[in-house]
Design a protein around this ligand. Structure first.
Ligand SMILES: [Zn+2]
Length: 209
């Protein structure tokens, strides 16, 4: 597990932590380790650009960004190459499932705007383990959809650097990046590497008293 320094309530799991979104046993064990409620909010992830405001645990609809100002209400997303992003404000927190389609659909701006709409200010963001420019071979249409960010894989192919694309979209916010590639690092599930249905989870929460 990764707990980025300086964040109130941000967790990025790996394969050893289990899929706490779908597996209650893993959810309990992650919650215990983090000292948070085991009743999490989650979403049906659709690779889009919409945000849902959450105030209770359970399924929060179809969305790729959840936001809450409710203390001790953990929110989760599950990934295997897409970028898990956690944005903390002074009182609220947002968690994003940001693959290239969601980034192209404006999920990052939508998440920051949702925080503004709550009267809060996005202060810091963490970009967790996800497929890196070292491995994410894509066509020109993907680069065009996210505004460029062309890179080269270690094998010499055309890739895209979504870490930098996301960091730039998080303008005015302090950005922490894990720079860990799920395709390279076998501590993480990678859909691109294995075609797997398995996922690691990220969890974000506003601590209770
Ligand atoms: Zn890589």
């Amino acid at each position: 597990m990764i707990r980025p320094a300086g964040f109130r309530g941000a967790f990025f799991g790996d394969t050893s932590d289990g899929n706490g979104r779908d597996d209650p046993v893993a959810r309990r064990s992650i919650s215990e380790a983090l000292g948070i409620s085991a009743d999490w909010a989650f979403t049906e992830q659709i690779h889009g650009g919409t945000v849902v405001l959450v105030d209770e645990p359970g399924l929060a609809g179809r969305s790729d960004c959840l936001i809450t100002e409710q203390p001790d209400l953990p929110m989760t997303i599950a990934t295997a190459d897409c970028l898990p992003i956690i944005v903390e404000g002074d009182r609220s927190v947002a968690i994003l499932h940001a693959g290239w389609r969601s980034i192209a659909a404006g999920i990052i701006d939508a998440g920051l705007s949702a925080m503004d709409a709550l009267g809060d200010t996005p202060r810091r963001a963490a970009i967790g383990p996800s497929i890196g420019p070292c491995c994410y071979e894509v066509g020109d249409e993907v680069r065009a959809a996210v505004g460029g960010y062309g890179a080269t894989t270690t094998a010499g192919g055309k890739s895209v650097d979504l870490w930098s694309a996301a960091a730039d979209l998080l303008e005015g916010v302090d950005v922490w990046r894990s720079d860990l590639c799920t395709y390279t690092d076998t501590a993480y599930w990678s859909y691109r590497r294995d075609g797997t249905k398995r996922r690691q989870v990220a969890v974000a929460w506003v601590p209770g008293n």
